[in-house]
Design a protein around this ligand. Structure first.
Ligand SMILES: C[S@@+](CC[C@H](N)C(=O)[O-])C[C@H]1O[C@@H](n2cnc3c(N)ncnc32)[C@H](O)[C@@H]1O
Length: 263
């Protein structure tokens, strides 16, 4: 596979252009409504993988108190900038922290834990998933809900080989520049259900010349989350909710007998 930076790494264009690309992605439409309808407005939400604060701020605008945690300083700094633009009463409802969702321990509980937009799929299935479910359970009282948005495995497995010369996105940036995305490489590994893609971000200037290009590796892992969530005392609360035909939101409830599993 080609040399490429990890997604959301410092200096990556996946981080810089995250909001622009995500806003253009109709397959995510409605995720905020789904999370907002899981608990009454005003309650406390822990967001694992808060990114640039798209949902953190959106949910705070709906009167929730949101603690957003992310491992990437580059993504978190954008979330901080987004929060800084909000009115003081909203800023008071948001807390941002750098942290790893596979080991986090804030020593307090929330009414809802969310892990949106394929965030759990960024870490390998097995121990990292079990630990993340344990983290979710640790931050909930018995009866609390945890929602995980995961990609559909059949779609991951069935993706066509990429055409590295044909852009999968070509977006004018409104200032004369344009952003193009190419999938340079794509492979799916059966057994561990790992989809690896190298996506090239190409930024052209006002004259159409290439000003910057960056190859970045996006890796997703997927498996049935139900048995792994059960190890943390999280049981399905309802059937998975389809989002945009490309993923499902799995909603779990913490059972009353659940113990905090050893880290
Ligand atoms: C696709 S973005 C989702 C951002 C935001 N929740 C949204 O829905 O727009 C995934 C985020 O998960 C973060 N992430 C990946 N692994 C993580 C980990 N182990 N702990 C915390 N955050 C992680 C990435 O840095 C990235 O910001």
């Amino acid at each position: 596979m080609a040399k490429a930076k990890p997604y959301y790494a410092p200096g990556s264009l996946s981080a810089v252009f995250y909001d622009r690309i995500t806003t253009a992605d109709a397959r995510l439409l409605g995720d905020e409504d789904i999370y907002a309808n899981l608990v009454p407005a005003g309650e406390n939400i822990l967001e694992l993988g808060a990114g640039t604060g798209r949902l953190t701020v959106g949910l705070a605008q709906r009167a929730f108190h949101v603690c957003g945690v992310d491992i990437s300083p580059t993504m978190l700094s954008q979330a901080e900038a987004r929060v800084a633009k909000q009115p003081p009463e909203l800023r008071a409802r948001v807390e941002l922290r750098q942290g790893d969702m596979t080991s986090l321990d804030l020593k307090r509980t929330f009414d809802l834990v969310i892990c949106p937009f394929f965030t759990l799929a960024h870490v390998p299935t097995g121990a990292a998933w079990r630990n993340t479910f344990a983290v979710a359970a640790r931050h909930l009282a018995a009866g609390g809900l945890a929602a995980f948005h995961l990609p559909k495995l059949d779609l991951m497995r069935g993706l066509d080989p990429p055409d590295p010369r044909r852009p999968v996105m070509d977006q004018p940036l409104g200032d004369g520049r344009a952003l193009l995305l190419f999938v340079l490489e794509r492979s799916f590994k059966d057994g561990i259900n790992r989809l690896e893609q190298v996506i090239e971000y190409v930024l052209s200037d006002e004259t159409g010349r290439i000003a910057h290009r960056s190859a970045e590796r996006l890796t997703y892992y997927m498996t049935d989350p139900v048995p792994l969530a059960a190890t943390a005392g999280l049981v399905p609360d309802r059937p998975p909710i389809d989002l945009g035909g490309v993923g499902d939101i799995f909603v779990f409830r913490k059972t009353s007998g659940a113990q905090d599993p050893a880290p």
